[in-house]
Ligand binder design. Sequence first.
Ligand code: CP
Ligand code: NVA
Length: 335
Amino acid sequence: MHFQGKSFLTISDFNRKEVEYLIDFAIHLKHLKKNNIPHQYLKGQNIALLFEKSSTRTRAAFTVAANDLGAAPEFLGANDIQLGKKESVQDTAKILGSMFDGIEYRGASQAVVADLAEYSGIPVWNGLTDDWHPTQMIGDFMTIKEAFGTFDGIKLVYCGDGRNNVANSLLVTAAILGVDVTIASPESLFPEKSYIQMAQEFAKESGSAVEITADIHTAVNGANVIYTDVWVSMGEEEHFEERVNLLLPYQVNESLLENVSGDFIFMHCLPAFHDTNTVYGKNVAEEYGIKEMEVTSEVFNADYAKQFEQGENRMHSIKAIMAATNGHLFIPDLK
Ligand code: CP
Ligand code: NVA
């Protein structure tokens, strides 16, 4: 596969060497940025940032990464353009493709991001759909590589809502990279079969151990990475009560972490509900009597918690993805 001109729609479109390359390139770009070494691989380009769902990190990362690469980003929010409402995705894609050099899309539908790629004729980067969060994976596994120096012998345990975009993406990315991965969640929130099968296929080649379990206490034993995400993803806000009841036993707290032996880091893609300093956090405290959801403040503020490094790495990794797919770089075929 050649990176140039390719879209980044799901992580499963990339093989182990390609994913490793993007991670290592992101680490290199971080070094360039920290040392003020210019890297304007997209000089003169224009990048459209389509956001149908809210974002802090992804929007900020694409904007700063585009600027650092010498490209001009343009934000087109849900209420700014006609996408799918008064103009079809196909027609919008054709117009954007005639003016821009690349498109980021965040929204619910994987079909929309795929259509944008098909009809725009330019690289499209998936900034999160209900199914996948692939750019998050390059930054996350970059953070793991920075922490441990290797993926060999690493075990990642994801605790919580096992069937959201982040859980799906972690399951499959870990399997591609040969990282052992466990999804610990209530049975009703296990990942869909297709994601489990996809991970098992990749694991045959990479040697990764793939496990899906409801037994969280056993699952975290031997973990090097404990990962969680919100219990209620964007677009599912009516499910708070059900999720609080189902997922409280899967909260990442000090008592759970007593079951982990050895060195580990905590990760969270953010935003996180670890206190009542948010509107949703306050409502949940008032209605269900819990002040912390997927992670406690004690864990969130511990030395082993790497979520802010992880957040910064979104920028370096998104830069790597944009530069590799649109920067006309020399990248040998990675098989
Ligand atoms: N992790 C992540 O995608 O953050 P945002 O929703 O703030 O972009
Ligand atoms: N699962 C979360 C991830 C946010 C980055 C959501 O979709 O809201």
